[in-house]
Design a protein around this ligand. Sequence first.
Ligand code: SF4
Length: 424
Amino acid sequence: AALPVGTPAPPPPAPHLFSDPTEVEALRGDLLAWYDRCKRDLPWRALAATEPDADRRAYAVWVSEIMLQQTQVATVIDYYNRWMQKWPTLQALAQASLEEVNELWAGLGYYSRGKRLQEAARKVVSELAGRMPRTAEDLQKLLPGVGRYTAGAIASISYGQATGVVDGNVIRVLCRLRCIGADSSSPAVIDRLWDMANALVDRSRPGDFNQALMELGATVCVPKAPLCGECPVKQHCRAQRRKLFGKPTPVPDVEDCGVGGCPLCPPATEPWDSSLGVTNFPRKAAKKQPRVARTATCVLERRGCHGALEYLIVQRPSSGLLAGLWEFPSLPLAQGLQEEKQREALADHLRACMGWPGVAGGLRFIGEVVHIFSHIHQTYVVYSLPLDGDVTLDTALSPSRWVTEEEFYASAVSTAMKKVLRGR
Ligand code: SF4
């Protein structure tokens, strides 16, 4: 039942906590020793360890954390190196144009991250005299786009503030260490995990401890087939113990929560499944299905003055999905539209947005390209339209330009558009 407003939530049952100080010390020591031995050599770690200037250090960590949100480490490394080479300081980034930021970000996905990072850098330069806020609380309060996780990561790694972090990897590791099987995306469980992360973080090496916990989730305590045999904290892991020793005894002991209606245990309707072992944890409520969308897109091409093929690209609006990126002229389609109608709609769109009397009959259907965004299953219905070289465009309408194939790939275009050109 809901608690009256203002009543603090009761503490979770002991089996879900790290309540023994000796065990906490041992866990910190085991995890940090493993991290020192096995950590991956990553460019942002090198900068965080060697950069003497606190603002530069915080900036270097911040860039890495934003790039790593929703993107794999292996992909980020090259982008990160190019970014830091081009904009090694907040001041340099603040002076870049959004076009340059989008160009460098192209292919990394979730483009608003780059834009927001740059906006926040401008704010630090113009309103905070170029000085990064020095605590997790201030980072979160003062920097747009910096949430609780990113603030905790920057503050612990760059300034040594003893504050925890909770990301997807930490959620998985903590839920397994303490058999937390309630919906790990629910606010109540997330709040508990933050409390745990803050209590657990090593006081003398908080940045390393947080990175170690995330590294463990990324390389050992992985989602599907965790390497428990190699795990440095297996002796502290309740999911592992439960797997080894089977079902809890009928009399609840320290391993067994035994509290009816426990807010952190799996729901009674979904008890422990012994075939899953430790991967019983964490559990999430069923994911929402992605939205299905169809978009007609037209590759307009002509021979440029040097005989090379050129393509027309137009710029998307400055807000919303893929804000400010360039694409082939495109039009979202209503569901269930016949091919004939699609073609007419696209021809009308070309006429209206380019100010140019395109001929529907010239549109050639090429095929379909599917691209999955995080929440949208997008199908591009691709047409092509060859034009005479001397077509002029109404420049009063949406920003557009002709580009060669090479220029196209160097422009701020999305991965989906690259797929469209390759599939043409
Ligand atoms: Fe994860 Fe296994 Fe280590 Fe437990 S023992 S933390 S489940 S890898």
